[in-house]
Ligand binder design. Structure first.
Ligand code: NAP
Length: 278
């Protein structure tokens, strides 16, 4: 094996053709003049363990993991970060030089960094957070809001049981509201987040009423196709500062790129434009 292997990384999922990660990481590799590659890999569930064992032998320094493998990879890793364990899923694997596989979840980091950059005056401790949904992405959002110290997280999901499960896992700071009261829980909230797929291209509209939404709230949507969702448009009409979901995708990629390629990359307009065009 040569000492000067070209570092390889990529994203594993199925399907994976729609993933924006190859354009995102490709942009940074070019920008920082790094002699490396990032590729999409469509891997079936049955082949996952073998693929992950083999990749480091071929020069892979790590991979991103997406649906449907985010939970399964936890069992294949040697080291799981606390946040990945808490969320119950990993999106970033690092293949260490000592042969160990390190699994992390950077979605919550991306979520918080997106709000910090997109709404510079945002104070997550100024009041409760109201979070709509209880799916996979919601777990990362709730974990990260708890981590930054939010005292109360109000949660509402169409299937109430999924929200109750999150409350059981994340504890007393999470308060569950019935789906019909999803609008009411926004009253006095400093942060309001849509973590459902409602409002996404090809999905049903987001119809939760915003009458109780305060103009002081910072509002964000995890949906980024379209970029400016109807939920964000209506929140801005009420006077709120809004932050679109694309920044979360961009920021969650920073820790992985840094660990794999040794350069902390910047999230800027050039990157946004490259990903939107790609
Ligand atoms: P998921 O695990 O499948 O969860 C989907 C969520 O949407 C659940 O809460 C589900 O409620 C709700 N939902 C779906 N259809 C609904 C409907 N007709 N009425 C009410 N609620 C409905 O998906 P996910 O992985 O969490 O992703 C959710 C969204 O976040 C997707 O649009 C995804 O693209 C986006 N996302 C963005 C980023 C980013 O970086 N910006 C990262 C991750 C995900 P039930 O439990 O009742 O089904």
């Amino acid at each position: 094996m040569s000492d000067h292997r070209i570092p390889l990384a990529g994203v594993i999922g199925s399907p994976v053709a729609h993933s924006k990660s190859p354009v995102l990481h490709g942009h940074w590799l070019k920008r920082y003049g790094i002699d490396g590659y990032y590729i999409p890999m469509d891997v079936a569930q049955d082949d996952l363990a073998e693929v992950i064992r083999t990749l480091p032998l071929m020069g892979f320094v790590g991979v991103n993991v997406t649906i449907p493998h985010k939970e399964t990879v936890l069992d294949l890793a040697d080291i799981v970060t606390d946040r990945a364990a808490l969320i119950g899923a990993a999106n970033t694997l690092i293949f260490r030089k000592d042969g160990k596989i390190h699994a992390d979840n950077t979605d919550g980091y991306g979520f918080i960094e997106n709000l910090r950059h997109g709404a510079p005056g945002w104070d997550p401790l100024a009041g409760p957070a109201a979070v709509i949904g209880a799916g996979g992405a919601c777990r990362a959002v709730v974990a990260s809001l708890l981590e930054v110290g939010v005292k109360e997280i109000r949660l509402s999901n169409r299937t109430r049981n999924r929200a109750d499960i999150l409350k059981r896992e994340f504890g007393a700071r999470v308060k569950v509201f019935d789906w019909v009261k999803a609008g009411n829980m926004m009253e006095g909230a400093a942060t309001v987040v849509n973590t459902t797929s409602l409002g996404m291209m090809g999905k049903p509209e987001f119809r939760v009423p915003l009458d109780a939404l305060s103009p002081k709230a910072v509002v964000t949507d995890l949906v980024y196709a379209p970029l400016d969702t109807a939920f964000l448009v209506k929140a801005r009409e009420k006077g709120c500062v809004t932050v679109d979901g694309l920044g979360m995708l961009l920021h969650q990629a920073v820790p992985g790129f840094e660990r794999w390629f040794g350069e902390r990359p910047e999230v800027d307009d050039d990157l946004r434009n490259a990903v939107l065009a790609g």
